[in-house]
Design a protein around this ligand. Structure first.
Ligand code: COA
Length: 173
């Protein structure tokens, strides 16, 4: 598994999740296969780093070179010391540890290369695949945030997970 930037050739990856029941609700992946909307999504992912909003990466299978999903980090403070993580894997590639490996790689890179001190993840209690992914990368559950945010039309409860920089990990810069 390797992480890389988005390219225009990643249209098939985005198209493979436009009809996922969850991904378009919790990300800005369009819920249609409109080519303009898909290209705009890819352009937005690339712009995040340029605008200082965070970093979004495509998860790539090393053996086949296939793009299988996305993992990224979004800064939550101007200082960039607190950030949240997010990830999704296309349905046909799930269950092969891509998200667990991708999150570990992202976390390791973030603590080595960025000023980030605290990484957060908000995950619905039913989404065991996601919170297991988080726990496998060292995230700890801090509690339940009741009616934390909208997922589609409804506000939903979310577990708050976090991972903080260890004393042994120097801040970048
Ligand atoms: C959640 C998601 C990213 C998991 O991706 P994945 O590549 O299939 O997960 P992995 O194969 O790396 O598995 C990681 C862990 O989750 C567990 N897991 C994965 N899918 C699971 C499921 N449906 N039910 C229960 N556990 C599951 C694995 O057993 C593994 O646990 P372990 O470390 O205790 O052995 C994927 O299902 C997805 O993209 N879902 C839709 C988007 C989403 O929910 N994103 C996260 C929002 S908070």
């Amino acid at each position: 598994m390797t992480l890389r930037e988005y390219s225009d050739a990643d249209t098939p990856l985005v198209l493979s999740v436009v009809d996922d029941p969850l991904i378009p609700l919790i990300t800005s992946v369009p819920a249609t296969d409109c080519a303009t909307d898909v290209q705009a999504y890819i352009d937005r992912q690339r712009s995040r780093a340029v605008n200082g909003e965070g970093f979004q990466f495509v998860v790539v299978d090393n053996a086949s070179g296939l793009a299988v999903g996305q993992v990224g980090i979004t800064f939550r403070e101007p200082s960039q010391e607190r950030a949240s993580v997010g990830y999704w894997i296309a349905p046909q590639h799930r269950g092969r540890r891509y998200s667990a490996d991708a999150l570990r790689t992202l976390v390791s890179w973030a603590f080595q290369s960025l000023a980030v001190q605290r990484l957060e993840l908000y995950v619905e209690p039913w989404n065991e695949g996601s919170w297991r992914t988080a726990e496998s990368a060292g995230f700890a559950r801090e509690g339940l945030l009741r009616l934390w945010e909208h997922v589609g039309p409804e506000r939903r409860d979310m577990y708050m997970y976090s991972l903080v920089r260890r004393q042994s990990e120097p801040a970048a810069g």
